[in-house]
Ligand binder design. Sequence first.
Ligand SMILES: Cc1ncc(COP(=O)(O)O)c(C=O)c1O
Length: 387
Amino acid sequence: MHEPRVKPKNPCFGSGPTAKRPGWSLSALEGALVGRSHRSAAAKARLLEVCDRSRRILGIPEDYEIAIMPGSDTGAFEAAMWNLLGPRGVDCLVFESFGEGWLRDVERELAIADVRALRAPYGELPDLSRVDPDRDLVFCWNGTTSGVCVPDGDWIAAERAGLVLCDATSAVFAVELPWDKLDVATWSWQKVLGGEAQHGMLVLSPRALARLRSWSPPRPLPKLFRLASGGRVSEGVFAGETINTPSMLAVEDALDGLRWAEAIGGLPALVRRCRANLAVLERLVAENESFGFLAARPEIRSPTSVCLTIRDPAVARLDEAGKQSFVKAMTRLLEEAKVAFDIASYREAPPGLRIWCGATVETEDLEALAPWLVFALETVKRQLPSG
Ligand SMILES: Cc1ncc(COP(=O)(O)O)c(C=O)c1O
């Protein structure tokens, strides 16, 4: 097989930080309020603008509060867990590495005694009917390391006593989220809108805010995570007054991403772009038996972090280390050719490729990538010892 003639214009297919939006350049940041206090009226207005534009695009209800938190998605989600969890038993959905990490923290760091881990292997979802609405729930909407996404929120009870804490970082701006079913949602800027890292978004429902007011966690809370003190919610955090200093350069970039999202048609357009991107890889798999999806069932397949397995018999018979080296050789070839960066599967996930299909990725770039994946596989296969 010959080397394909066309290369993707943008080889950034990593799952975070992801590709910048089409047409992005550093000039997008020219108006950034650098050198200004983040407490100035002008800077606070920009911080609030991030929250307001996010609310508008995502359809977040008016009675939900939105904050910008330190420490990216991890910071936002940890803050939620540390402030809110404890008064009820907790169910954790564990179907890939990030959910595993949240479970570990709930059990070991928060030391909550009554915890149920509802598990599934990579590529599958746990039995969602086992989720108990009387208990709090911790889960990732989209498992970034397995390419598995919950199909909807129908399995979450409308009438529930527990709070639903959703790490939505690789789902938000890519799928419709049912806000009435989520009490906490978090994400970072460097996912579907291609922003810069280190700031996390935190959305709290009225029920989560009521928990914040009525319950004092029996654990020390670092200032960075503190959302309430002595039963009083830190209202300023939800009014553009960040706990500590944000980067106004990153804020400007987040605003650029949000404005772009609005300009192309808002959430419906973002969702359509992700689905069109996934469709390119679905065609590749349909036409090429050497590739498969880690999420075999289409209804739970992520439209953002798309995880491919290599099903070619010559690779399938290798042991784990052999498969890892095979993938490494493929990704090295693609990186050296400047065709694709950062597409090896996550270090704890089964060996394979993970290709970001979020809205900032151009469909034509994925179309150009697909033949290169076949070429890389065939090339590395020829280098395997025969037998
Ligand atoms: C589902 C999920 N949770 C948490 C994280 C960690 O995010 P961050 O690096 O923004 O803290 C990631 C990063 O990829 C993720 O995909």
